[in-house]
Design a protein around this ligand. Sequence first.
Ligand code: B3K
Ligand code: ZN
Length: 874
Amino acid sequence: MSEQPQVIRREDYTAPAFLIETVELVFDLDREATIVASRLSLVANPERGTGAGDMVSLDGEDMKLLSLKVDGVALPADAYEVDTTGLRFKAPSERFVVEIETRISPVNNTRLEGLYVSQSAYCTQCEAEGFRRITYFMDRPDVMATYRVTINAPRESCPVLLSNGNLVSSTDLEDGRHQAVWDDPFPKPCYLFALVAGDLACVEDSFKTMSGRDVALRIFVEHGNEDRCDYAMDSLKRAMKWDEDVYGLEYDLDLFNIVAVSDFNMGAMENKSLNVFNAKYILAKSDTATDTDYELIESIVAHEYFHNWSGNRVTCRDWFQLSLKEGLTVFRDQEFSSDQRSRPVQRINDVQRLRAGQFPEDGGPLAHPVRPDSYIEINNFYTATVYQKGAEVIRMMHTLLGAEGYRKGIDLYFERHDGQAVTCDDFVRAMEDANGVNFDQFRLWYSQAGTPNLVWEGNYDADKKVFCLTIEQKTEPTPGQTLKSDLQMPVKIGLLARDGRELHAQTIDLTQAKQDFLFEDIAEQPVVSFNRDFSAPVNVGTTPSHDDLAFLMGNDTDAFNRWEAGQKYASDLLIAAVRAYDKSGDADAALGNVDAFCDALRATLTNDDLDKAFRAQAMILPGEAMLAEQLRPADPEAIYQVRQALRQKVAIALQDEFEAAYRHNASNDAYSPDATSAGQRALRAVALSYLAATGEGVFIDLALAQYRTADNMTDRMAALTVLNNQDHPGREEALADFESRFANDTVVIDKWFSLQAMSSRTDTLEQIKKLMEHPAFTMRNPNKVRALVGTFAMANQRNFHAADGRGYAFYADRLMELDNLNPQVAARLAAPLGKWRKFDEDRASKMKAELKRILAKENLSRDLYEIASKSIAD
Ligand code: B3K
Ligand code: ZN
């Protein structure tokens, strides 16, 4: 880096010196040279007491200033300053009009922020700070204005011209060009601005709101994909209805547009009335999308729609408050999915995601509070902590206040703050005021980083029939935050009798470092079901006896904890075995006798009272990365070997049951993405995967047969996933077949890339290098990079951490290559190298050497600099 990048701090927040009331934009679209004319009406901010003579400071990057007028008069060169970060001049009065013309180059925009080209269409991405790459502006979320947008473009290449709000007019212009004018009556920050133009197909439907208004719903996709929009459209309608039913929130315009594009930095974007999506989260039909894809589409479509209120109508004062909209909206989409599908399975998935992504973040070099205190590049803070932990914080308020109390708080929040840019604190205050509670201690969840550790102990007094539960909490220091306070959290518990009856259930309000809770009239020594439904997002250090875990797996009335007991049991066995393996090198011997565990799994697998999706989940052993989190140092090869060995033992012990599950869950019905059918497929897929783990060739043949005859992508991928790790000619046959079917399908072929990047085979890195030459692969498309390169580091622990360090070197090379094209995506992929503290010295020093190499790169972006420098710090 040429100079140290600037750190932005939350405590430095000041209100804007000037406000912008209205924005008029005119775009003359051209791939190489788009001209943007903007007309802004500015007014001094009364809160700041500014006025004539004060500096007007507008952000702007990577564009050419063509002209600048204030109140209709061109500013002479010495009356303004322009550099690579923005434009500054003195205000002539308290109220004035600024007119600016800029030139930008969409086709050369490889960062995919601002206005860029995806396939043949123009599109924008402005959150967090992309608008400043379109025109000079106060690019901050607390400047809210109404927008009128005129788009001029050639009619033939861009028949579709879209922006936010309502279409005011469409007109033909000269020279084959045409014009559309859009007007958005709702004041919004510029990060919610969007423009799309191109030759896109449109799928249309409508929704009648609770007050009886008809809203036109449109999904725009590349031609040929019209038949893949049904599920997204259906999800949108269900989300609109759910928000009315559960939150009383109605959509506010007559039009809601979604556009799916192939080149996109993240999942989707909630621009007002013009959501832009990564195509993989819209397009689905049974032979191209798996059940998991359908689930993701449902939840992301809902998430972006829900932002219309939680994010757009009420937005963030500054980017430190990001979780105000993201934590809340994730909680909303999780609850939506729970209502559409199996609630316990949804909770298990959400907790798995939190544990896989957020807990390691919170325990590593990039730990930060849900409301961070500082950043170098805000795009690096769209994190699991802000999103997933932020959602857990909202969920805890929901648990503490109850559904009704929570709804009262939400109603007050929207009533008070509609049309405003506010803080996380404002949200908590609405919850407090509506319910007459004090959340001073609870607020610490926003400011304190790190995952609390809870341990508990139970003591039963048989004479008095009193059970005493002692809970202790402790949070380890995180970078820059050594002192930790005790947090308030709801801990749901159940006390179970040996015959499975529930003796007592309660939500405990934990507030102290160490606290005793007494339960009277408990007839017998109970088995404790602790932190049910994962009511507090914490690590629980106490491991019950294997007998109690097996009992909970079979008897807990809380489905989440039934699953959790199995995970704890498996982790306990595996961790002990990894330690023994390190000495003996014999995975089977290291595991010893696991019959009792297998029996407990069998009881779950064959319990027809349980949801199939749940049973499938319960069969899956904790992943390699999850186990690595619990070991210091983690030996990736030992973890791999021991986990495989346990899988084989389970497979052999339960072979009959898995065969039965495989047979009984075949379906002759046409594919349907509903949760019940998906659960059936999931159980069958788990059965197949275990059958293959027995090591018997006939089951590899079975996987190949399933691949050949599959009539939907879920079954096809389940078979291919099994074949992918095998040394068997069926693997090559199936991979070649998949390639020939989907090579030209940009969304689907990514499954093929990522599957190969995930393979546990030892030739995987060589294969990945070859695949980078594949015609369908390009470093310019984020989905491709994530599928092939990102998957390798994130989901292939064995090969990424290969002892010779080649995995690390390859990865660092790709990050540096990508940094030149798209720093945001490069930085978002960089975290795996920062995990060096978890590994042995040799691996740690190799990982650090790669981080150093990255830090020495010429023209290193601010984005990657921030992640790499924080990752390397001791
Ligand atoms: N708000 C966007 C994320 C923007 C990311 C910018 N780096 C999508 C979402 O959370 O809904
Ligand atoms: Zn969001």
